[in-house]
Structure formats: C-alpha cells, structure tokens
Design a protein around this ligand. Structure first.
Ligand code: GLU
Length: 477
C-alpha cells in the first residue's frame, strides 16, 4: 500500500516552528517510502482563516523545500462532501439532531463539574429521534461501553474508555462541519495512511476513531509528536524569540539549516547532527521519533547555519546573499550614497556576481548568518567615499606611517593577484623587520574602515587595484 501523509494547517497565523517540523516529518516519511505528501488548508473557521496566512504558510513550505503533491486542498471548498457524510451518519443512526442551546449545554457541563464528573453534554436529545430544525446541531451517538486502543507511532499504546467522551458535535448550527468530522472525511477520501501531528491533537484521536468506525472506514496510523519547548523548558512562545519560520529567512538563515535543525528537534539517527535533505529522506523513520519533548537551542541553529554557509556552493550562497546586501543599501544611512555603491558601478551582472562570489569566499568562515555576512562584507561593495574613517583604532593609527610606501609599491605592482600581493607585503615587512601587527591592521582599516575582517591580501584582491589605492589615499588624507 502506498504511504500517503499530509500536513493540515489552519490558516489562522504564520507557519511556526512546531508546524513546520510536523510538516517536515510528514514530508520525510512520504518521501522515504516513495509515497505521497499532501497539503490541506483547514480553513473551515471562516472568521479566523485568512488568505494572507495561507499565502505565508505556502511561502514557508516552499522556502523549506517541502513540495506537496497537487492538488492543494482547501476544506472550505469541500462542504458538500462533509454534509454528505453527516447525512450518512444520521441515516445509519450513528448521529442525531440536537436542539439544546449553547447555554443549556454550558449548564449541563457546569452541573457535571459540580458533581465531580467529566463536564460533557448529558445526552438530552440522544434518543429523541428529532428531525432537522433550524439551529439544530448534529451530534455523534458515542458508544458508552468501548475501550479505544491506539497504537501511536510515538507514544506507544494509548487506551481511552468511551465513557470519558462526549457526544461530540459533527455539524454546527450553520451547517459547517467541525474539525473532527472534516479531518476524518478528508483523511479517508484522500487515502491518508499516516497522520503525523502535534500531540496537542492527542485528545482528538479517539473521537476521530469513533467517527471512522461509525462510517465504516479504516483509521490511519497515528503518530503524535511532542511539543517543542523554549530554552527554559517552558511552552514555546514569542518570548523565546521568533516562532514564525519566515522570520528566520529574514534573519539570514538558510532553508537547509532550518530543515536540519528542525528535524533534530524530535528525531535522531545515532549521534549525527548534520544531514542533507537526501540523507534525511533515506534515514527517516517514524520509529526514530522521540517521545520526549525537545527544547529549542538557538546556538545550535546558528552553528548549523554557519556550517551550511561554509559548505554549500559559493555561487548559491552568493545568490542568497544578494537581497541582504540590497536591504542594507536601501535601509540604512547608505541610502544617500546608494547610487554610488560599487556594485551599481560594477557594470555587468556577471561582474557583480563574481564580486559576490569573491566576498563569500573571503567571509564565509567568519559568519553565522547571511545578515552577518552582508553586514561584515558591505564595506567591500560600497564606494570608497561612503566609508567612515572617523574612529581610527589605535593599532591602525600606529601603522599609518608605512602606508605611503606600501601604497607606492602596490601601485607599481604589475600583476594584481593574491600571491603577488602577499609576497609584496611579506618582503616589505621582512626588509624593515616589521611584524604583521605593525602594518596589517592599518592597511585593513584603510581598506574597510573596520577593525576586523579577512586577510589583507584577500581584501586587496577583492577590491581591485584602483579601488584599493583610492581607499588608502582617503584614509591617509
Ligand atoms: N488543522 C489542525 C491544526 O492546524 C491540524 C489537524 C491535524 O493535523 O489533524 O492544528
């Protein structure tokens, strides 16, 4: 039997880390088994569901590389199908109309609570055999004498007695199906074989199994994954930092890092930490999911991201870097000199791309995010007049005296290559018995107006002769 999994978000907000991880697990299990991965937008709550949230969820899924099998399903377009199955349940005596008002039901629940019993609907309309009237809801005739046994892929065997369950509402007074009804109908109709979801749904599973049974359907396999906790082991929330996946894209994380990080929050494969998507597809199993909750660890995410910045092809990283460079140019005080940034003057697209590639080579060992990469390397892209030399570090001030001579030698250099520049600098220092620290901090500051940065010969190579000399002149002036 072909495995079919699904991710079924409600579009009431952005895609958060927990949801993204559930989607990833479902995707991986489908890919591992050569099955299908479905995406279903559960938008029956018309008040809280928003198209902009659906768009944001789809964007996050695409960013993470979680490609779903077409078509993309929307529950709001399937109301007739749900109504059909509600009618089947009514006709077969598994469901009944109930005319109790919400206030009456609330009173029943209060009365039960006062008696120390489970607060639930007391079954007033259960045996009345009512036909449809306006405002009636449809309830499931929950059997009172059953034990439901769930073989959960993560939690193991879970047993629930039906006397703990309510005669749940299947169809609201406005004709809209409830979540439990719609999810069962859809998972059945779409051939879903494995439901992997957050354990906030664990209490819904026995209810859904009752609906499966009443309709004569075979339930899928369930696996409920534990919540992601904050670094303080409390429920993950805004105060732990960004929880929306797309925020991480804006903060300069790579999707490869995010996927790798998310999968490790709840799945393990020996002691290995780093996996490509291909490896994940090969190794992922539901048995590998942990039943203990995992806590978020942003240092780990940064570390993984740094790994991917260092190891993915430079051309790819350079391409990913572009929007961050452009952001800095358009956002901050550089705006005034924006038009004079070097990359604008670079001329051709190829020249700009090759400059970005050089920058990635020079900086990728030093950064954890694309934002850091852009912030640290932007000095290479700015026009020399945009550099701010007003705060000269002591070490840079000290070495200034050598720069006039070095500039002359650099100007005379016939081949502007890394090796030629390196030997020029080494010869210069050797002849005068100088050390790196006497000369290089000053030269680096002249080139970048920053204290730290890549090796000076690399910087000189990236900047090119003309730009380098202009920068040295400006610093000296
Ligand atoms: N729509 C539900 C949610 O977003 C998920 C339902 C499910 O996975 O069964 O929480």
């Amino acid at each position: 039997m072909k495995v079919v999994t699904r991710f079924a978000p409600s579009p009431t907000g952005a895609l958060h880390l927990g949801g993204a991880r559930t989607a990833l697990f479902s995707y991986l299990w489908a890919m591992h088994t050569n099955g299908r991965f479905l995406l279903r937008i559960e938008d029956t709550d018309t008040e809280r569901s928003k198209q902009e949230h659906t768009d944001a969820i789809l964007e996050s899924m695409r960013w993470l590389g979680l490609t779903w099998d077409e078509p993309l399903w929307y529950q709001s377009q399937r109301k007739d199908i749900y109504t059909h199955y509600v009618n089947v349940l009514l006709e077969t005596g598994h469901a009944y109309y109930c005319t109790c008002s919400p206030e009456e039901v609330e009173e029943m629940r209060e009365r039960a609570k006062a008696k120390g019993e489970q607060p639930k609907y007391d079954g007033t309309c259960r045996e009345k055999g009512l036909s449809y009237t306006q405002g009636a809801v449809v309830r499931l005739k929950t059997p009172h004498d059953r034990e439901i046994v769930i073989d959960d892929g993560v939690r193991g065997t879970v047993r629930i007695h039906t006397k703990e369950l309510d005669d749940m509402v299947l169809c609201r007074a406005d004709g809209m199906p409830t979540y439990n009804l719609a999810v069962v109908v859809d998972d059945h109709e779409m051939g879903v074989t494995h439901v992997i979801r957050g354990d906030d749904h664990v209490a819904n599973t026995p209810k859904q199994i009752l609906i499966y049974e009443a309709l004569g359907f075979t339930p899928p396999h369930f696996a409920h994954v534990p919540m992601i906790l904050g670094s303080d082991k409390q429920k993950l929330s805004k105060r732990h930092g960004a929880t929306a996946v797309i925020e991480y894209e804006k903060q300069g994380y790579l999707p490869q890092a995010m996927v790798n990080y998310l999968v490790r929050l709840g799945w393990s494969y020996g002691d290995e930490e780093l996996f490509t998507m291909e490896e994940l597809i090969q190794y992922f199993t539901i048995e590998g999911l942990n039943s203990a909750p995992s806590a978020i660890d942003f240092d780990k995410l940064r570390w993984i991201n740094a790994h991917y910045i260092k190891t993915l092809p430079v051309e790819y990283i350079a391409h990913q870097l572009r929007p961050f460079i452009e952001d800095i140019c358009s956002m901050n005080t550089i705006t005034a000199t924006h038009a004079s940034t070097r990359y604008m003057q670079c001329g051709t697209e190829e020249e700009y791309t090759s400059l970005l590639i050089d920058i990635v080579y020079a900086y990728r060992e030093r950064v954890h995010t694309l934002v850091e990469l852009a912030e640290q390397s932007i000095c290479c892209l700015l026009h020399y007049t945009a550099l701010d030399y007003s705060l000269v570090p002591k070490q840079a001030e000290k070495g200034k005296e050598y720069l006039v001579d070095i500039r002359k030698e650099l100007e005379a250099l016939s081949s502007w290559t890394h090796d030629a520049i390196l030997s020029l600098l080494q010869d210069y220092m050797k002849a005068r018995e100088l050390q790196n620290k006497d000369v290089l901090p000053s030269l680096r500051f002249a080139l970048t107006a920053l204290k730290g940065g890549p090796d000076v010969p690399i910087l000189l190579t990236i900047l090119g002769k003309e730009e380098s000399l202009l920068r040295i002149d400006r610093f000296l002036a």
